[in-house]
Design a protein around this ligand. Sequence first.
Ligand SMILES: Nc1ncnc2c1ncn2[C@@H]1O[C@H](COP(=O)(O)OP(=O)(O)OP(=O)(O)O)[C@@H](O)[C@H]1O
Length: 526
Amino acid sequence: MKINLKWIIKQLPIKLLIALLVTVIWGSFQGVINGAIFGKFPTLVHASQPELNRFLIYATILFVLVYTGFFLEHIIINYTRRRLKIALKKQMMNISFQHQEKVSKGLNRISNDANKIDDSYFQNIINVFVSGTEALISTVYVLNVNLVMGLIAILFSALSMIPALFGKQRLAALGKKWSKSNNKTLEVAEDWLSGRAEIIQYNAKKIFFKKLVSKITNTESLALKQENLNWVILYCNLLATVASFIIPWGIGFIFIQNQMFNVTISVLLTLTLTANNVVQSTRNLMQYWTEMLGSKDIRKLPEKLKEAELVQNSDPKPNLDIKNLGLKYSNYDIFKNINLHIPYGQKILLTGESGVGKSSLLNIIANNIHPSEGQVTYDDRQITPTDVIYIRQDPWLFSGSVRENLTLGKDISDDKLLAALKQVNLLTELGDNILDREISAQVDTLSGGQKQRLSIARALLHQRPIILMDEITSSIDDKNADIIRDLIYNLPNTIIEVAHHTNKQLLKKYNFEVLLLRNKQLTKER
Ligand SMILES: Nc1ncnc2c1ncn2[C@@H]1O[C@H](COP(=O)(O)OP(=O)(O)OP(=O)(O)O)[C@@H](O)[C@H]1O
């Protein structure tokens, strides 16, 4: 999807659009007021005192009115930008979430990209509208003051558009390059920070830092090129503006000397001050237009995906069916033609060598990745994310209290929460006021095993018909692992577990079926 004018209009309520239109027109009279007032000066040379007083009052009212409009225009513009930025960031975060984008990419979207879109698109598109209105109002005024002289002044004002026309493509290309380079920089910066332990251990600081600095330098050089090109275009604009002043003056003096087309010094003074605004607004318009084009690439977002419909199961004990399932990565089959009927309550252990696709299969069932072919149906319909609870090796705990992490916004009593914590042996370990204990998603305040057990307590509280477990006890000691397994296996749910180390007695006790993924196929182990 694209962030464009249509998108902007969709985000703004009609009342705000009207307020924007009215205040922009009102504020645009700013461009003609100087010419209108100062142009009267030559006629006031022989005016009486009361006439001069009347002129001063008239000028004061006019100035205050126009500047009030100018002030309101900018308040409304700020309010409009705020709305657009909120809508943009909401959309970006939703899209990143749906497309399972890398964290660094998603964060880059709402920080760098969103700010850049605001700077180079939202502000500029509003500025184009403001400058266009100012140019239009000034033009009408100029032509009204003196048609011939006004036309000459406007014609020469068009000169200032030429440099922007030549620079726009180059600017757009630079904008694209900058965005690419900035993404690369963030990727390398993430390596630098997340891979800190490895970098120190393998004495690779120098090479990684060099790589990071080179990416930062490249991104900044591209930003500099963009800014410099903007200034070159602006400089050429200014030079063209000089010509658009001087030439009409020369023509105007000839008209005055020869008493042609009613041109007077008063007319020339008014036109110089007002036609200047036609030039200025037109030049601004082109400048904003060019900057706006530079944001073309960054305004392209991935398409919004249709959310899977979450359906209530008609059958309280639904069966799971895997039909003709296949997964390919870069045209290489990880597995294919997998067929499996899993009656409700069946317990399955999925085994196989490293890299055969066990986690991928669990992720397909959990709806986290899409298969290349085939499908997983549940209760005779497409499986949805809320049918399953996927307990993984590295669970994510949210910044907030233990209570918030367990309830995830649902209404669950403290007694139930404490009971679940007791089941995973956390009640005594985490001290008093356990439910109010704050957890940080950024800093490790719990051990790996504690995090894992907390995520299992969460899973126990949010019952789902299917439980998927991927190496869930890898960071838990054997004693706790057995307690937790016994606890989960005892549930009536369908369970599919991937684990390298298991407890054979427990597998037997709960009548587990062991499936082996090998040579791209799934077979039953006896
Ligand atoms: N996004 C991806 N792009 C390309 N290949 C991928 C991607 N994700 C996984 N793979 C490949 O798919 C194969 C299956 O990976 P998966 O993690 O499912 O294996 P696994 O059996 O769970 O391995 P392990 O037991 O080591 O965890 C691997 O060969 C892996 O390299």
